[in-house]
Design a binder for this molecule. Structure first.
Ligand SMILES: N[C@@H]1[C@@H](O)[C@H](O)[C@@H](COP(=O)(O)O)O[C@@H]1O
Length: 261
């Protein structure tokens, strides 16, 4: 696993956006897995700035959703499909039919999850999966003790995650859906490159557990240790509990710039 410690969220956003742009230069129709939450916003802002300056071409890019709330009506402003349309598709000019995601309003969630797994496989798999991290180490919505080989399925959120996400629902955890559809940990591990971005002191413990802790379903993000190409990008605050920070800094500093992450 590569760990890159950056000064702040903006620097992390720029670094990850650069990796996405390099991928698209190599493979214009790359399938990019996107995450929701506050953390990836600097990435999307940096990508939108590249699009405005004509530095990257997103016209053939394809986008895949990581997870979705269950039971919100289609078009609800906080369903992740709507959020990603606002934050990614529209600013980058990516057509809606290039957007894959699980149907959170389906009457049969298990069938919707299986259909999403088939769609991802038919699309050739995710080239680069952008991940955030929950304060409890969840990736996607794989809460602690999710199977490390899980596939896309219905999950129940912890009260901690509902409280963390209440800010998007008028501050009321009770309005955050209890159930979600999420790519499984095994599904996430199928992506060719995993890029986990973490910013802020609240993520420091989860980042340390991901990178230096034991491989355990108790901390689903520790599954990144199994992936042959996983990059953790953490700002100074999120990296503050890493015991091997000095090593990670020197390894990245010695890396040739052309190599990217
Ligand atoms: N399902 C999303 C995750 O994909 C995201 O990583 C997490 C952290 O969000 P934030 O980046 O806002 O801290 O929030 C939600 O639970």
């Amino acid at each position: 696993m590569e760990v890159v410690i950056v000064e702040d969220a903006a620097a992390g956003g720029a670094l990850v956006a650069e990796a996405v742009a390099r991928l698209l230069a190599r493979r214009p129709d790359a399938l990019i897995g996107v995450a929701t939450g506050s953390t990836p916003l600097p990435v999307y802002e940096a990508l939108a700035a590249m699009a405005r300056r004509g530095e990257a071409d997103f016209s053939r890019a394809r986008i895949a959703q990581l997870d979705e709330y269950a039971g919100l009506p289609p078009g609800h402003p906080e369903c992740y499909r709507s959020v990603l349309a606002r934050q990614v598709l529209e600013p980058l000019g990516i057509p809606a039919d290039s957007f894959l995601g699980p149907d959170g309003s389906a009457d049969d969630p298990a069938a919707a999850c299986a259909a999403y797994e088939r769609a991802l496989a038919a699309a050739g798999g995710v080239d680069l999966q952008l991940l955030g991290i929950g304060t409890d180490g969840h990736i996607g919505f794989n809460e602690p003790c999710s199977s490390l080989s899980s596939r896309t399925r219905l999950k129940t959120l912890t009260e901690r995650t509902r409280a963390d996400n209440a800010r998007f629902f008028g501050g009321d955890p009770g309005r955050v859906p209890r159930h979600v559809l999420t790519q499984g940990v095994g599904t996430i591990l199928d992506a060719r490159h995993l890029v986990l971005l973490a910013t802020g002191e609240a993520k420091a413990q989860a980042v340390a557990a991901t990178v230096e802790g034991p491989l355990t379903a108790r901390c689903p993000s520790s599954a990144l240790q199994l992936h042959p190409h996983a990059t953790v990008v953490a700002d100074e605050a999120a990296a503050s509990r890493l015991e091997l920070a000095a090593y990670f800094r020197s390894a990245f500093a010695a890396k040739p710039a052309w190599q990217g992450i």
